[in-house]
Design a protein around this ligand. Structure first.
Ligand SMILES: Nc1ncnc2c1ncn2[C@@H]1O[C@H](COP(=O)(O)OP(=O)(O)OP(=O)(O)O)[C@@H](O)[C@H]1O
Ligand SMILES: [Mg+2]
Length: 304
């Protein structure tokens, strides 16, 4: 891919004695949404900060929109939008002033940003809130303003670190719709998220990162096909411990997590037939999804 908006080669970052980004190779395709998924502490935010030239790598190379980072950060960042993991809005300003000031970092005239403000507010579902002070906004509204702010410079590449964390279901749908519109306009998105449904909906391609390394990469559908049995029966109930032995004979693979038993199989009928004879157990039958892949590949234990 010659015109890739972002290419990471052998990218490595160490903090103290710990290698938190470990020789990552990643090429993002133009016009696509690429998801970077991984457990807490996997190295996602550090990778994005390296890509943006905000921190310096110990080894490897970053090429952002054709510019070598961090040496050419200024040139590259003019065409990039960023949604950081933690909001960094100016609390002393109104919503509109936050957009105008941010536009100034890119050398945009006040008039030019003023022109864009209605569209940006619409994107964020904040129409009518232009004159509200940032301190009066709810957490979700601030998150949406951060998203709108990232688009001030009409970027070619938007890097979003957990963009929908803290948003209610309505707002998430609004943001998904907006992000899909951006892809439709030919923009490229690189996004991290802990919502597997979000990744499955939005991303053309996904890299799963664990302990600083990319462990798999592919489209959501291909990852599900390659790594997981197609059907899942989730079983709950008081007599689950006794029934577990029976389940092992009826499906290809079983996993326990908390009070749930996950039965993975290509043919759920025998499991369901058996469960229908168990009045003390409840179950949910569903197709396998990206979360199953994520948990299989990164484990079910908490990371930090
Ligand atoms: N400035 C820093 N100094 C020391 N260690 C750091 C620093 N920044 C990140 N780390 C460590 O690097 C590792 C990766 O952190 P990072 O923030 O990249 O993870 P993440 O994948 O974004 O996690 P999360 O899903 O929780 O946001 C963690 O172990 C973290 O503690
Ligand atoms: Mg992070």
């Amino acid at each position: 891919m010659n015109n890739s908006p972002l290419r990471l080669t052998g990218l490595t970052k160490r903090y103290g004695g710990q290698t938190v980004v470990d020789a990552i190779d990643l090429t993002i395709a133009a016009g696509q949404c690429h998801g970077l998924l991984g457990p807490n502490g996997a190295g996602k935010t550090t990778t994005l900060r390296l890509a943006l030239g905000l921190i310096e790598a110990d080894a490897g190379q970053v090429e952002l929109l054709g510019h070598i980072m961090p040496a050419e950060s200024g040139l590259a960042r003019a065409r990039v939008g960023v949604v950081p993991q933690v909001d960094s809005l100016d609390p002393d300003f109104t919503v509109r002033e936050n957009l105008l000031t941010y536009g100034r970092y890119f050398g945009l005239s006040r008039a030019k940003v003023e022109d864009r403000v209605p569209d940006l507010l619409d994107f964020a579902g904040l129409t009518g809130k232009g004159d509200a002070s940032v301190t009066s906004l709810s957490g979700g509204m601030k998150r949406r303003l951060t998203l709108a702010r990232a688009l001030v410079n009409d970027p070619d590449l938007v890097i979003l670190d957990e963009p929908t964390t803290g948003l209610d279901p309505q707002a998430r749908h609004l943001v998904w719709q907006g992000l899909r519109r951006l892809i439709g306009k030919g923009k490229t998105l690189l996004l991290t998220t802990h919502f597997m449904d979000e990744a499955e909906r939005l991303c053309d391609r996904i890299s799963i990162i664990d302990r600083g390394r990319i462990i798999v990469e592919g489209s959501p559908r291909d990852l599900i096909r390659a790594h997981i049995e197609p059907q899942v029966v989730e079983v709950y109930g008081d007599t689950l411990a006794d029934w577990r032995v029976c389940a092992l004979d009826l499906c290809q693979r079983c996993e326990s997590a908390g009070e749930t038993l996950f039965c993975y199989t290509a043919d759920p009928e025998p499991v369901i037939a058996e469960l229908d004879k168990q009045p003390t157990l409840r179950y949910l039958h569903r197709p396998a999804n990206l979360e199953d892949v994520f948990l299989k590949l990164t484990g079910r234990d908490l990371r930090d």
